[in-house]
Design a protein around this ligand. Sequence first.
Ligand code: SAM
Length: 340
Amino acid sequence: MTQDTHDVVAHWQRVQTILRGYRQAQVLITAAQLGVFRELSTGPLSAPALAVRIDAEPSGVRRLLNAAVAMGLLAQDGERYANAPLAEACLAQEQGRFYLGSLVSREGAFYRRWSHLPLAVRSGKQPEATLQDEESALWVRDFELALLDLARAAAPAIAEVLPVPADRPARVLDVGGGHGGYSIALARRYPNVEATVFELPAAAEIAREIIAAEGMSERVAVYTADFQQEALGSDYDLVLLFGVLGSESSEGRQALLDKVHDALAPGGSIAIRGFADNEQPDGLDEALFSLHLLLSTAAGDSPTLDDLHQGLITAGFVQPRLIPLPDWIGSTLLVADKPQ
Ligand SMILES: C[S@@+](CC[C@H](N)C(=O)[O-])C[C@H]1O[C@@H](n2cnc3c(N)ncnc32)[C@H](O)[C@@H]1O
């Protein structure tokens, strides 16, 4: 084989690998949706026995299980299938800190959303069909529960590095705080923190339920409001903007940074999570997330770090700085201060 042919063969293989990536995602999503990991968490089962429990055809179940074994989600011993350690840690136990089951099921809905990508690219706009998803209260609930999966794992480590005053009561505002998971982790980590989740009505209701279930209603309040319409309050020591700016237009982002500046006490800090970090080696995650925002928002795109630096300075903040998080979390925080 000549070098040229060798190169073309590598390209030929690579195209197919990219092309079929969706199949593995669909095996994971389907197994989770059908309850495979949950049923196997009580012990190994044969395909026919599992088929009865999940109300499916044994022949189809066997094919699904074989694919899940090949992907390392399940293990096989003779006729019986069991959760592999990965499934046991992240897909089977709803109470676990690293459970990702709600995220997997939400990804199933996003999978359907991504089938509208040609339309979104042609029109440069969020397709009508994706807008309809969001009219359902269930959509918001499932979305917040999916994000809570990520928060449950990451929030304790994030709470460790946030700038919280230690020597006096500290007021934290979690703008677009969704499920409330970051506020809960902060209040647990710092006994002097009182947090408020600022949310739209549907998400606010879910946040209240989650905060109550965690026994944190005394320390974490929920304020129902729209940050595009209303001021954020005043005298906060720390304001979180986690995963919020990507849904806003560039004007909307600046308006929100200005409002956060107004809401902070002198010397208070803003902490931002969710931006395109120019330092990333290939930028693939950011590029894909930008397409996701095209499919999912009216005018959003992920701001770059440079955009945010500029926006923070324009709003009157000083000392913008990146705070690293543990590698496995896969993001950084951008923090800045309101002058004293
Ligand atoms: C991507 S989620 C992030 C949730 C949470 N901060 C996190 O990082 O997991 C964005 C949140 O912002 C909220 N949000 C969007 N627009 C808002 C507005 N105009 N006023 C208040 N909240 C808003 C949404 O309801 C949603 O919960």
